[in-house]
Design a binder for this molecule. Structure first.
Ligand SMILES: [Zn+2]
Length: 187
């Protein structure tokens, strides 16, 4: 999910997303239109050295892109993993499941894979989740507010879902023009 909830506040714009100091382009962002973003991701087995390299690269990419979350399909990998950092340090989430939902709330959301677009999305306010962390530990947690929202947004990516799917038909018409201008749409 992109930097802020209320508005897309990325310093990195579609035209300027390549940074000159980025000498390690290990992971490449995938944008709306890319098939990876529409596929269901596979569960991950044991976390070993190669998975840890991916995790580190994803955290780095999320910070570079000034996102609060990044899911593997957004960098072209259809595996059930995402990273979140809402300012409290990175959290690694593997094979997530949402087992309880409560309340509901509307909020504007942006997405690194749909730059320049925000959609008002209604989601539960609180959730109980289960997942595996980077140390292969099973975690069960209650999440609230921003953390819950980012978790659900990134979890959507693992199911091939984007914020655009929450837009009303009228809103979709408005977004269509913006989407036509997205970079590397067919990549
Ligand atoms: Zn997203």
């Amino acid at each position: 999910m992109s930097g802020t909830i209320s508005a897309v506040n990325r310093t990195v714009t579609p035209g300027g997303r390549t940074k000159v100091f980025d000498v390690k382009p290990l992971l490449k962002m995938r944008y709306c239109g890319n098939v990876c973003l529409r596929q269901k991701s596979e569960p991950i087995g044991e976390i070993g050295p190669s998975e840890r390299v991916l995790i580190e690269a994803m955290i780095e990419k999320m910070h570079q892109e000034k996102g609060v979350g990044l899911a593997a399909p957004q960098v072209g990998i259809n595996q059930q993993i995402f990273v979140v950092d809402i300012g409290l340090g990175p959290v690694v989430v593997i094979n997530p499941r949402i087992i309880k939902r409560a309340g509901s709330e509307w909020q504007e959301e942006g997405c690194l894979s749909v730059p320049g677009v925000t959609v008002n999305v209604k989601r539960p306010k609180e959730i109980r989740v289960r997942y595996k962390d980077e140390n292969n530990q099973e975690v069960e947690q209650d999440l609230f507010d921003l953390m819950a929202r980012v978790f659900m947004h990134e979890n959507d990516h693992l199911n091939g879902k984007l914020i655009l799917d929450y837009a009303s038909w009228r809103e979709r018409g408005r977004l269509k023009k913006k989407l036509e201008k997205l970079p590397e749409k067919e990549e």
